[in-house]
Design a protein around this ligand. Structure first.
Ligand code: URA
Length: 317
């Protein structure tokens, strides 16, 4: 039985109310995904009374169905083929590939070996983490959302905690913030250099032996964090992704996964929509947070010197 929004939506979170069922989607989206018609045209089919869900005509929008569970008909014809959308958060351990399979002849563990969803949905990782990077990996069979979460045009932020060898000084931090030039390689050859886009930094800990930073990026070039840190003379010792857009990695031990709630999926969609609007405004779109004068200390390190601002950089976190 489709559930009508008025019965359950909370203000400000349409379609993501407390009583919503895992994997549910808007009826017009279900029809569009199944190839019946565009979303707009599907809305007309619904309001004209041509769509039945579990034997009952649905005329009012919004209405929600769970693909694979609810029976949908248009003009009496059953609509098949739309798979239930599944969205997973995994805490990827190191020494695990974030691809669906290894290269021929190799047999390393992949993220798919760790996630065994009961629906049997064909899941794909959203973007990539290096073999030795740990942390938050999203997995889904929703190709459209996955593309938008990874395409730099939509600017969905990814946040990392990175531990580097040595004391990363003020000069290095400023270089990182301004944007390091990274070699651009195609077909195994360097074809130029591209400046990494704006990065937000927050100092978490720093002493003579190591520096721990929180780093937020809007793009995901190959091994970007490792290459940026190497360029300022600080090789990465440990790298963990702790957030993708508004979703934070919390409550999952290494190797564990869980399904996202409908509210979390809505949060991801909204992050993508914000990016779409900004992209439409062009390069003059206002940037989040106000640029401030660098405040990093260039003092020589003591044994365990806290950052000058207590670990928080105004306007850059
Ligand atoms: N940047 C890297 O260098 N590696 C990752 O896995 C992710 C971002």
């Amino acid at each position: 039985m489709p559930v009508n929004k008025e019965q359950r939506a909370r203000p400000g979170s349409p379609g993501a109310g407390e009583n919503s069922r895992p994997g549910e989607v808007r009826l017009q989206r279900y029809l569009a995904d199944a190839g019946v018609a565009s979303r707009r045209h599907s809305e007309l089919l619904i309001t004209e009374g041509r769509v039945k869900v579990n034997g009952r005509t649905v005329r009012e929008l919004p209405a929600f169905v769970v693909p694979g569970e609810d029976r949908v008909q248009v003009d009496g014809t059953p609509i098949e083929g739309a798979e239930r959308r599944v969205y997973i958060m995994l805490n990827k351990p190191t020494r695990t590939l974030s691809t669906v399979e290894d290269e021929p002849g190799a047999a390393r563990r992949t993220v798919l070996d760790l996630v065994d969803h009961p629906s049997g949905a064909r899941l794909y990782p959203v973007g990539r983490l290096d073999f030795d990077t740990r942390g938050l990996v999203l997995m889904t069979n929703d190709g459209e959302l996955a593309n938008r979460l990874t395409h730099p045009k939509f600017g969905v932020e990814k946040t990392y905690h990175v531990t580097v060898k040595g004391y990363l000084d003020a000069e290095g931090l400023e270089k990182l913030e301004k944007g390091i030039y990274l070699a651009e390689r195609r077909e195994g050859r360097t074809v130029g250099a591209v400046r990494a886009s704006h990065v937000r930094l927050k100092m978490l800990r720093r002493d003579r032996e190591r520096t721990i930073l929180e780093l937020t990026l809007k793009e995901g070039r190959n091994r970007q964090v490792r290459r940026m840190l190497a360029a300022v003379g600080c090789p990465v010792k440990k790298l963990e992704r702790v957030a993708v857009g508004p979703l934070k990695l919390k409550g999952l031990a290494s190797g564990e996964w869980r399904e996202l709630s409908n509210i979390e999926v809505q949060m991801l969609r909204r992050a993508v929509e914000r990016g779409t609007k900004k992209a439409a405004m062009g390069p003059n779109a206002p940037r989040e947070g106000k640029a401030q004068k660098p405040g990093w200390s260039s003092r020589k390190p003591g044994r365990s010197q806290p950052p000058p601002d207590g670990g928080r950089r105004e306007g850059s976190a």
